[in-house]
Design a protein around this ligand. Structure first.
Ligand SMILES: [Zn+2]
Length: 236
């Protein structure tokens, strides 16, 4: 058994869960078949799969022998490293029979039968009997997605705030520029009114600035007037 305080990889957790499963005699045989399938290129003895659980036990045996899975906070990846192309092909056929589509790639002398899709990895872990690990994986993925979304929204809000802060700075600079000479006093009445309100309320958003006009005007009207001020001040 693994000690409580000892760090154990996610693969280790899965394998520990798989090893703790009580198996019927037929399932034990199926798992032994998996071992000789991986180690000695033996055939998959489907005729010996008698109960509903035998296929899962075979899968469990393969994973225990040569499987690994990424930790829940990492990119989705579950692989079984087999020794021959034939093994890899056989494994893919077997997995397809169980409704699982695997991919294969060659790495050095080994063949990797692997999955990237989160739903499939969840299904595989569940079928093998590592339900708790499967749920840990899904929960972590959901939390990660929520966190990413929150960050994205925050970044977007920050960008917007920065943008309007920059715009306000520009407006105040324009007003300051106009106030250097008589151009400010000589502004058309409405522009002068808006310019004065902006000067005296530098912290207000455009929406709020629009509302303190008497009578209130629209946000786009305020925006239009402020842009006009910038144009007059800097000739842009
Ligand atoms: Zn069985």
């Amino acid at each position: 058994m693994i000690k409580q305080d000892e760090k154990i990889t996610f693969t280790g957790q899965v394998k520990e869960a798989l090893l703790s499963i009580k198996e019927k005699k037929c399932c034990k045989k199926a798992r032994a078949n998996a071992e000789s399938f991986i180690c000695d290129n033996a055939l998959i003895e489907r005729e010996n799969f008698v109960c509903d659980e035998c296929k899962n036990a075979f899968l469990r045996g393969v994973f225990l022998k040569c499987g690994s899975v990424n930790a829940p906070d990492k990119r989705g990846h579950l692989e079984m490293k087999v020794g021959s192309e034939m093994n890899a092909d056989e494994m893919c056929i077997f997995l397809r029979e169980m409704g699982l589509e695997a991919k294969v790639s060659k790495r050095r002398e080994k063949y990797l039968v692997y999955f990237k899709d989160g739903d499939t990895i969840f299904a595989l872990l569940s079928l093998m009997g590592a339900q708790k690990c499967a749920f840990d994986l899904v929960n972590t993925q959901i939390e990660k997605n929520i966190r990413n979304n929150v960050n994205r929204v925050n970044n977007c809000e920050m960008a917007n705030m920065q943008k309007s802060a920059n715009a306000t700075v520009r407006q105040l600079e324009a007003i300051k520029e106009l106030m250097k000479d008589e151009r400010f006093e000589n502004l058309p009445e409405k522009l002068l009114y808006t310019a004065t309100l902006r000067r005296d309320n530098p912290d207000l958003s455009l929406t709020d600035l629009a509302l303190i006009h008497e009578p209130p005007i629209t946000k786009s009207c305020v925006n239009h007037r402020l842009e006009k001020l910038i144009k007059i001040a800097f000739g842009e």
